[in-house]
Structures are given as C-alpha cells and as structure tokens.
Design a protein around this ligand. Structure first.
Ligand code: MG
Length: 249
C-alpha cells in the first residue's frame, strides 16, 4: 500500500501514542509480584532490642552515658578535659575538642545536646560546637532557634555544604537530639574518593538531611574517630552533651 499524505499524520500520532504508553506505563515488577518468586531467608536480620524511648538499642556502643568520658580523649592527646557533672558533659570554654578513642566507619549515631539558656552573642558565636564524623564531616551544633547565621552554617547543616531542609531547632537551654546515619566514602587504590560519603540527619525527630552527598577527602582510612568540636576561641557559650551512643553498620 502506498502511504499517502492523508494517512501519514494519523499513523505518526498512533505510533507516538504507543511509544509514550510503553515509556510511561507503570509496569509492575513481575519478579516481585509473581507468587512463584521464592521466599528468601538466607540473610536473617540480627535481633536488636530498642528497649523504649530514651534508652539505647541493645547493640549500641555507649560513648557517654553520664558517668565519664573514658571513651574519649582530647584531640591533642591525653584525657578529655570536659567537666562531667550530673550526667552532663560540658564543652566549656578552652576545654578542647574531643574525639573517640575508637575509630568508626558507617554508623548510626545518637547525640543529645543543648546550648545555654542565657546565651549571648550572634551568628557563629551562639554555642558553636559540632559533631564531626570521622574527624572531617561536621554536622553543625549551634543555637539556631533565635540565632541568625548563614544557612549552611546553622544547626543541622553539613557545614559549608548543605543547609538543613528545615529548621527544627528548640529554644536555647532545651535538650535537642541528633540522629545521624552516616555512610563513609569509598576509595580506589590511589586513595581517591570513588563513592562520596552520605549523611541522613534527624534533628529532634525531624528529617533535615536526606542522604545528602558530602564532598570527599582523599583518605584510605575507612574508619576514623568521631570528634566533637570546641569552638571556644570565638565564643564563651558552653554547649552541653548527654546520652551519646553509636551503632556500627
Ligand atoms: Mg561548629
């Protein structure tokens, strides 16, 4: 049959329609939906007991439970110098940053912190601390309920990279939580980052970083100590910590 001009347009339309339907149709995953797909139990998830709100999962490593800072040391070496009083550790002026004695890679981390209720100062001076994953990637700790600063430097920011998606900060003096899920970077044989680090952060239970990609640092260590920043050179507002635990993934 000869294709004349009058047939060409309808034929083209029909062909395009068929192509679009095929491209955009939500195809069911035949593999998953097929009742004949075998049920697998070759990997059995380990049982973990959450115990309830406010306590830690049974497989968590306690980094600070109010007793002492024995899991930590000063970043310049030697004993951690933060005072511990009434189950609270104070990141006080000139008490130095601290790091864990143990190195960590991929992890789930829980941290509780608060800034001073009578906080003074502006911007980055309002209770500046930070949870520094592998000593390199900082999740900012700062008074950001009232305080104003650049958005990729406020509480919950991946410092100088990603502002938090929302500001879930509580008032100065109130206890706040960070629940952080961190996947460290992967390197090639030359130490170059081939898969960047990623982080998910819940601030007071609110998602503020969703699997955010973090710029890489070349390094061959898959595990490195967790650090908490002391920023007292620039401010005198102490930040307090309690109940810190980590689960290795
Ligand atoms: Mg900081």
């Amino acid at each position: 049959m000869r294709i004349t001009k009058e047939y060409l347009l309808p034929m083209l339309t029909v062909t395009l329609l068929i192509i679009s339907i095929n491209l955009f149709a939500q195809k069911p995953d035949k593999e998953q939906q097929n009742p004949a797909t075998p049920e697998k139990s070759d990997t059995i998830p380990k049982k973990v007991f959450p115990e309830g709100t406010g306590t830690l999962p049974s497989d968590a490593i306690v980094l600070f439970n109010g007793d002492n800072l024995n899991a930590w040391e000063d970043i310049k070496g030697g004993k951690a110098r933060w005072p511990v009083v009434g189950e609270i550790a104070t990141d006080a002026a000139d008490s130095g940053s601290v790091r864990t004695k143990r190195a960590f890679g991929d992890c789930q981390l829980h941290v509780e912190w608060r800034t001073a209720s009578d906080i003074i100062g502006e911007g980055q001076r309002r209770g500046n601390s930070g949870i520094i994953l592998q000593g390199r990637y900082e999740i900012q700790v700062l008074e950001s309920f009232e305080g104003k600063t650049y958005s990729n430097g406020q509480a919950g920011a991946v410092y100088k990279e990603h502002p938090p998606m929302v500001n879930a900060s509580k008032k100065p003096g109130e206890w706040q939580t960070y629940d952080i899920i961190f996947t460290g970077p992967r390197f090639n044989e030359q130490g170059k980052v081939v898969i960047p680090a990623r982080v998910t952060v819940l601030h007071n239970g609110v998602l503020i970083q969703n699997n955010a990609e973090i710029r890489g640092y070349s390094n061959l260590n898959l595990k490195a100590p967790l650090m908490i920043q002391n920023h007292s050179n620039e401010h005198k507002n102490p930040v307090q910590y309690r109940n810190i635990w980590i689960r290795e993934l």
